[in-house]
Structure formats: structure tokens, C-alpha cells
Design a protein around this ligand. Structure first.
Ligand SMILES: *[C@@H]1O[C@H](CO)[C@@H](O)[C@H](O)[C@H]1NC(C)=O
Ligand SMILES: *[C@@H]1O[C@H](CO)[C@@H](O)[C@H](O)[C@H]1NC(C)=O
Ligand SMILES: *[C@@H]1O[C@H](CO)[C@@H](O)[C@H](O)[C@H]1NC(C)=O
Ligand SMILES: *[C@@H]1O[C@H](CO)[C@@H](O)[C@H](O)[C@H]1NC(C)=O
Ligand SMILES: *[C@@H]1O[C@H](CO)[C@@H](O)[C@H](O)[C@H]1NC(C)=O
Ligand SMILES: *[C@@H]1O[C@H](CO)[C@@H](O)[C@H](O)[C@H]1NC(C)=O
Ligand SMILES: *[C@@H]1O[C@H](CO)[C@@H](O)[C@H](O)[C@H]1NC(C)=O
Ligand SMILES: *[C@@H]1O[C@H](CO)[C@@H](O)[C@H](O)[C@H]1NC(C)=O
Length: 732
């Protein structure tokens, strides 16, 4: 198990292997595209289809039918049956059901979005944020419904209430999804969140304004969501064993039909899949057709390139960056030297000095498993008698403090070559150091006859380099369409304070019995709901804007981020850091409609048959689309992937819609590094009415370098600046 993010990894993959008696069967998702227009009852259609394909009694095979927002079902099939089905005319794709993984409140103030910003009330209070996650803790102060009116009239969802779970006027709907019917002993069969993650993301997006929130004093301040007046609809799809694809699809099927305005999903698969074999991309496509933007976390598999996990161009993919608040923990050694490590240590100062021992020297004498290493403080490797009342020095932070804690140590100091950009919580006083200070401390332990140390409570420092993209945040470009940039944008995802579940611990260690109504955690999971809220905020001013227009407004108004502190540049942060205030008034938008995506898909080689199924439009045809439609997909970003040292010339056609002053003239401004020649034709756009659309061609010429080249285009009318990244990068 890879524990790169402590708590977030609580729900890492753990595929259920079921016993089978005869021919091995597996759960497959059979995706059939759009709902048919002729109104055939879908359950019988699904049974008939299976019967034709398999020629046998199939009554028990269908586990779930998707029939409210798109067409498909989940069934138990053999490999052979799966192949037969996938060759049928009415079938878009068949893929195994699998698992995804889960990937304050200083953050809003940090981006200049104060509590006092102008709000479009009461529109905001009619917005419904659909949160697909681990459920919710409804009793949290962040979800009290004081002052809320009845749910908006458009709401068609339900609340799966029970003895101790009820919705209110803030949480207007809640439902759980578990197709397999198999529950872990820790799973609660209710929308109630026993993990914490879903409560955290929902409150970041739309939690109330709650003062004096903190994690045992750390991060104390006002906790608030980006759109505190908006309503929350909860779809619990994540469980102890992960977030199964079949359940994510079932939740989307409902959410779209229930009338949510924005969908927030901080979950992703580990390996890239083609768009129509990726359930999240499939569902987000149907959401987009109904005018609903899906905001996704980019994934926590950075910093390697091409690691982004949600990249379909019709959804928003959000990277995680730091804020200026940093949690620092001082360790004082017996020689009086003080070193500052990174962690969230809410335990009181260790007033006395305690003996400091090296893990490798306090090995568990009764343990005989040779691959476990006490110097890394692997579970069970420390000797309780030898560490009692001592501070243990461990290599690597992947041990999450479990071994020293369970062995009875008073604290732990860790050395790790990985980045120290994230502060984690541990079950005992702890500080994490990088290699430099970590090695100095090790040498002190190693060469002193009676080494001693004390660990102080964390203090809040000011990170003047913020914002920069966290090392864990997945990088682009889009692994399926290399010429598209992904992630799209960055938002706060490091050390974020938000509401927490009261049955969930603060670490994944069961014996750590601390509970807190607010917790500080990190991940692109935390960045995603910031972007969700920003999109909702923009939508509250512009209710009719399409998902493409919302995405464009967020991207073209983003704060530019510095390539100096982000070596992967736009492949880490996309258009830059989210700026909700400015996104309300972008001046221009690069709008994208369903047909534009269809043309893009044609260019990507998807066949007419598939496109007809997903749109249920028999006139859909790729015959009038050129192969290279990717260059003209109307996104507010420009990417060119290619082979190093190869000269290239690439033109992009874009259309911008005037959403600002009726009459205004925009001038293009190009910033380009040496080696790139960029031209815009026409270089000026003169609008005379709102809603008017004008097109331009951007031409980029140069030689592909060995590393990324970053440029930008800004359309400026003196009031509004719509900025787009232009990025050229090697893809082999
Ligand atoms: C909810 O009720 C169930 C059954 O009555 C109980 O087992 C569970 O502990 C309750 N959970 C909470 C959080 O109150
Ligand atoms: C804030 O909360 C703490 C407990 O976490 C409490 O001791 C303190 O009195 C509270 N302050 C205010 C102003 O409510
Ligand atoms: C960090 O410093 C900047 C500049 O002095 C200041 O504006 C900001 O409020 C500080 N942040 C915190 C968390 O104290
Ligand atoms: C090591 O552990 C195994 C099982 O856990 C046990 O059978 C074996 O006797 C142990 N060996 C020693 C040397 O303690
Ligand atoms: C030491 O190892 C034994 C045998 O595996 C185990 O039972 C015990 O819990 C370990 N001690 C600690 C403190 O982890
Ligand atoms: C110091 O480190 C060396 C080399 O890693 C090791 O052989 C020695 O036992 C260590 N001494 C102490 C006191 O830990
Ligand atoms: C689309 O074409 C298929 C066969 O090619 C036909 O069965 C179906 O009824 C048509 N749908 C519509 C809406 O025309
Ligand atoms: C192709 O052209 C036809 C006829 O103009 C139109 O109906 C159809 O939507 C177009 N298809 C695409 C994918 O643009």
C-alpha cells in the first residue's frame, strides 16, 4: 500500500475478489450511450440485449440499470460473453467494473476571495452542488440550515433518511450507492460519512461560515465554503474498499436527473483510459450535455508527467497548490540546536528532553520477519521496552508514525528525501525533515553518547513562495490526447482546514482515538471543491452559461503562476491559480457546445456509430470533420506535443464570445520565449454587441525543444484580460 498522503490513502484500492463456482464471471459495465428517444422501457431493453448476445436465461445477470441520464447496465459476465456483447451494434463500450481512489480556512482569503465579496443572492441559494464522495456528517456546524429556505423547486432528488441520518434545508438530498451489496464491517449503510473525506470536500465547496474552527487549535479561524448559501446534494459512492465505477455511474445517473448544477468529484482511476471506457469521462459527458459542469481532482500521482487522472476536455481538472500558511514543528536537540520540520503537531510541547534513539538500534527482539526494517519504523519492528519514553528517529515518512506510537514512544523524528511541501498529522508528537536537516539530526544521534531531544507544538509559518503546485499533484499533458493541456487550473489543496466526520479518526491508525469536528488534510481532492465553488460562484452571476463557458471564465482569469517554483510549468498548473472574483467578469469566453466535442471526437478517430449512440442523433456524422479537429477544439489553452528537434508550424482556430461591454475592442498580446514565433490573425477583435462571436487564428512556429516552452496570448480591452497559456512540449 502506497501511503503518500496519510489519511487520503485510507481508502486506497482493495479489489474484492469473489469466489466463483463455475466459469469465472466478472462485473462489467455495458455502456450504451444516450437514453433512446423512443421511450422503450430500459430494463427490458437491457434484458433483451443480453438475451440476444448470450442466448440464454439472463434474468439474474443484470445488477443495475442506468436509465435516468444515460443508457447502460452492470452485469456479471464471462470474458467470452463480454467480447460478444462489445461487438454488438448498440454497444459503445464494455469494461470491467473496477475501483477508483480518493484522491480551511485560509484558502479563500489567500486568493483574495474574502467573506465580504459581492454575491448574487438569492441565485446562489438556488444552486445545488452534487458531491460524489464518502458521504457527509450532517450534524456538522458547516451544514446547519439556519436561514435557509425550502429546497429549490427544480430539485428532484431524494433523501435516504434513517433513524440517525436526516437531510435539512442545506443538505437537500443524500443517497448511498453500493451495487455489489457487499459491505465492509466499517461501512455504514447510510449516506453518513465515516471516513471524513466527503464531509471535508462538501464543506470546502459549500459549507456555512463557522468561526473558531480548528484542528485542536491548529489553523484556528473561520471555516467557510466558497458558496456558503448553496445547497448540497450528497451521493455516497466511496467506501472502505474504494469508489467502484459502477457506483460512480449510478450516482451520476441520478445527480444529472435530480437537477444538480455542478458536480464535484474528488476521485480518480490510476491508469489512463479512452474517453468512452472511462466511466467518469462518460458520465461527465452526459452531465455536460445537460449543462452541468463536472469538477474533478487531477490526481495525486505527481510529479511525473502524464500522471493526470481526470482529463476529458468537457470537465474541469484541478491541480493542487499551496497557500501561504505552513505548519512547522521545531525539534530541539541536546546540543541546543533547533531544527524546523514540517508536520501538524497539535500535542503540547514536550517540556522535557527525552532520549533520542535510532529505529535501527531498537529492533523488536521477538519479530522474525526479515523484510520489515526497524530503521524505517515499519509496523511492529520496534521494541516496546527499548522505545518507551523515548523519541525514535525513523527513515522515511511512509510509516505514518504507527510503529513508534504503538510501541509507546513519546515522539518521532523522520528523515525523508521526498518533498516537505505537505504537513501531515501523526498519532504522536512528530516532525518530518528533508535530507539536509534530517541528516544533521541523524549524525547527532549517531555520534553523541546520550542523544536527547524535545518536540514542540507546531506553529504557523508564512510560505512566501506560495502558491506552487504540490509535489503529489498529478501532471499533464492529457495522456490520451497529448496535444491537450491538462490539468486545467490549480486551486488550494495543501493543508486545508474543513469539516470532518465525528466517527473518523485524524490518522488511519485505529488506536489513535482523537476526534475533531475540523481537520487539516491535503490532496487534489481538496483543490477540486475549491474549483467547484468558484464555478458555482460564477454561475450564480451567469446562470445560463454552459460548462464550457464556466471553464473558460475560470481559466482565462486565473492568476499566472511562476515557472520558477513550478518546474513543469503549465503541465502542473494549467492556466494558473483560480481567481473566482475575476472569473465573474472575464470579458470574453471560449464557449464549447456539444457539437464541438463531437467534432473533436471525430478527429480523434471515434466512429459515427459510437457518436450516434452517445448523442442518440442519427444525423451525427464525422464526414464533414477533418482528421485534426483537436487543434480547433475551442478550449482557452493551446498545447502542442511533439518530437524533440523537429520543426513545426501549427495553426489553431478559436472563437470568442463577448460577455462584457457590448462595444469593445480587444488587442492581442503575445508573450513568447526565444525560438517560438507566434502570430494572431486578426490581431484585434472589435465587438459591437454582447453575445457576439468573433474568430481568430493563432499560428505557432518553431522547433520542438527538449523541454517545455511556455508562451501566452492575452486579449486585452483595457478592462478585461483573457489570458491563455500556449505550451509546446516534447511527448517522447
Ligand atoms: C446510527 O444508528 C445506527 C443504528 O441505530 C448505529 O449503529 C450507529 O452507531 C448510529 N450512528 C451514529 C453516527 O449515530
Ligand atoms: C474557540 O474554541 C476554543 C476551543 O477549541 C474555546 O476554548 C474558545 O473559548 C473558543 N473561542 C471563542 C471566541 O469562541
Ligand atoms: C504572509 O505574508 C504576506 C505578506 O506579508 C501577508 O499578506 C499574508 O497575510 C501572510 N499570511 C499569513 C498566513 O500570515
Ligand atoms: C518466526 O515466526 C513464525 C510464525 O510467525 C514461527 O513459526 C517461527 O517459529 C518463528 N521463528 C523464530 C526463530 O522465532
Ligand atoms: C514485536 O513483535 C512481536 C512478534 O511479531 C509482536 O507481537 C509485537 O507486537 C511487536 N512489538 C511491537 C511493539 O510492535
Ligand atoms: C552510526 O552509524 C554507523 C554507520 O551507519 C553505524 O555502524 C553505527 O552503529 C552508528 N552508531 C550509533 C551509535 O548509532
Ligand atoms: C436511428 O437509426 C437506427 C438504425 O440505424 C434506428 O433503429 C433508429 O430508430 C433511428 N433513430 C431515430 C431517432 O431515428
Ligand atoms: C455534419 O454536417 C451535417 C449537415 O450539415 C450536420 O447536421 C452535422 O451535425 C455535422 N456533423 C458534425 C459532427 O459536425
Amino acid at each position: 500500500m502506497k501511503t503518500t498522503l496519510g489519511l487520503l490513502c485510507y481508502l486506497l484500492i482493495c479489489i474484492t475478489v469473489e469466489a466463483t463456482n463455475q466459469i469465472p464471471q466478472q462485473e462489467y459495465i455495458v455502456y450504451l450511450g444516450d437514453l433512446p428517444k423512443n421511450g422503450v422501457p430500459l430494463s427490458s431493453l437491457h434484458t433483451n440485449l443480453l438475451q440476444v448476445a448470450l442466448g440464454s436465461n439472463v434474468l439474474d445477470s443484470i445488477i443495475h440499470s442506468y436509465k435516468r441520464s444515460f443508457n447502460g447496465f452492470v452485469a456479471k459476465l464471462t470474458k467470452e460473453e463480454m467480447t460478444r456483447l462489445s461487438e454488438m451494434d448498440d454497444v459503445v463500450s464494455v469494461f470491467p467494473n473496477g475501483n477508483t481512489e480518493l484522491h480551511t480556512t485560509r484558502s479563500w482569503d489567500f486568493m483574495g476571495f474574502s467573506q465580504q465579496v459581492n454575491r448574487a443572492l438569492p441565485v446562489e441559494s438556488d444552486l445545488i452542488i452534487g458531491v460524489l464522495d464518502t458521504g457527509i456528517w450532517p450534524e456538522s456546524d458547516s451544514f446547519k440550515d439556519d436561514g435557509f429556505g425550502p429546497p429549490p423547486a427544480k430539485w428532484k432528488g431524494t433523501c435516504q433518511s434513517s433513524a440517525n441520518f436526516t437531510c435539512n434545508k442545506k443538505i437537500i438530498g443524500a443517497k448511498y450507492y453500493k451495487n455489489s451489496g457487499i459491505f465492509d464491517k466499517l461501512d455504514v449503510q447510510s449516506p453518513r460519512d465515516t471516513n471524513g473525506h466527503g464531509t471535508h470536500t462538501a464543506s470546502t465547496a459549500a459549507g456555512n461560515i463557522v468561526s473558531n474552527a480548528s484542528l485542536y487549535g491548529a489553523g484556528r479561524g473561520i471555516a467557510r465554503g466558497g458558496v456558503p448559501s448553496a445547497r448540497i446534494a450528497v451521493y455516497k459512492v466511496c467506501w472502505e474498499g474504494g469508489c467502484p465505477y459502477a457506483d460512480i455511474l449510478a450516482a451520476f445517473d441520478d445527480a444529472i436527473a435530480d437537477g444538480v448544477d455542478i458536480i464535484s468529484l474528488s476521485v480518480g482511476g490510476r491508469f489512463p483510459r479512452n474517453y468512452f471506457e472511462d466511466p467518469i469521462a462518460i458520465a461527465a459527458f452526459h452531465a455536460m450535455r445537460k449543462g452541468i459542469l463536472t469538477s474533478n481532482s487531477a490526481g495525486n500521482n505527481g510529479p511525473s508527467l502524464l500522471s493526470v487522472s481526470n482529463y476529458s476536455p468537457w470537465s474541469l481538472s484541478v491541480a493542487a497548490s499551496t497557500i501561504d500558511r505552513k505548519f512547522l514543528t521545531k525539534v530541539q536537540l541536546g546540543n541546543n540546536k533547533v531544527y524546523e520540520g514540517v508536520s501538524i503537531n497539535t500535542f503540547s510541547d514536550l517540556t522535557d528532553f527525552y532520549p533520542l534513539v535510532y529505529g535501527g538500534n531498537v529492533k523488536n527482539r521477538t519479530l522474525n520477519i526479515s523484510y520489515l526494517d526497524p530503521s524505517y519504523c515499519d509496523p511492529g519492528t520496534l521494541d516496546a521496552e527499548l522505545v518507551k519514553g523515548k523519541i525514535v528517529f525513523c527513515e522515511l515518512i511512509s510509516n505514518i508514525g504507527e510503529a513508534p506510537f504503538l510501541a509507546g514512544a513519546v515522539g518521532t523524528v523522520m528523515r525523508d528525501s521526498r518533498s516537505t511541501d505537505v504537513a501531515r498529522s501523526y498519532p504522536l508528537p512528530a516532525a518530518h525533515f528533508g535530507l539536509t536537516d534530517g541528516t544533521t539530526i541523524f549524525e547527532y544521534v549517531n555520534t553523541t553518547s546520550n542523544p536527547i531531544a524535545r518536540i514542540l507544538k507546531s506553529n504557523e509559518g508564512n510560505d512566501t513562495f506560495a502558491p506552487y503546485v504540490a509535489s503529489f499533484s498529478s501532471r499533464g499533458p492529457n495522456p490520451i490526447t497529448n496535444h491537450l493541456l491538462s490539468p486545467d487550473i490549480s486551486a488550494p489543496g495543501v493543508d486545508i482546514l474543513a469539516a470532518w466526520s465525528q466517527t473518523a479518526g485524524l490518522t488511519s491508525i485505529e488506536e489513535d482515538t482523537r476526534r475533531s469536528p475540523y481537520h487539516i488534510i491535503s490532496g487534489t481532492s481538496m483543490a477540486c471543491p475549491h474549483a467547484t465553488a468558484a464555478a458555482a460562484y460564477v454561475k450564480s452571476f451567469h446562470p445560463s452559461w454552459t460548462p464550457g463557458a464556466l471553464k473558460s471564465a475560470l481559466m482565462t482569469t486565473a492568476f499566472p503562476m511562476s515557472v520558477d517554483s513550478n518546474p513543469e510549468g503549465e503541465l502542473a498548473y494549467g492556466a494558473g491559480h483560480i481567481n473566482p472574483l475575476k472569473a465573474v467578469d472575464p470579458g470574453l469566453v471560449y464557449d464549447i457546445g456539444e457539437l464541438d466535442y463531437i467534432e473533436f471526437l471525430c478527429g480523434e478517430g471515434y466512429a459515427d456509430k459510437l457518436l450516434r449512440l452517445i448523442t442518440s442523433d442519427n444525423s451525427s456524422s464525422c464526414s464533414n470533420v477533418t482528421k485534426e479537429a483537436v487543434w480547433d477544439l475551442n478550449l482557452p489553452s493551446f498545447g502542442i506535443g511533439g518530437v524533440p528537434f523537429k520543426p513545426f508550424t501549427q495553426s489553431f482556430t478559436r472563437t470568442v464570445t463577448n460577455v462584457g461591454n457590448p462595444s469593445s475592442t480587444y488587442k492581442s498580446k503575445i508573450t513568447a520565449p526565444q525560438g517560438l514565433k507566434i502570430q494572431v490573425e486578426p490581431s484585434e477583435l472589435s465587438f459591437s454587441s454582447q453575445g457576439q462571436k468573433l474568430s481568430f487564428v493563432l499560428k505557432v512556429e518553431g522547433v520542438m525543444a527538449r523541454s517545455r516552452l511556455s508562451a501566452s496570448l492575452v486579449w486585452d480591452n483595457g478592462v478585461n484580460q483573457a489570458r491563455s497559456p500556449i505550451v509546446v512540449y516534447p511527448t517522447s
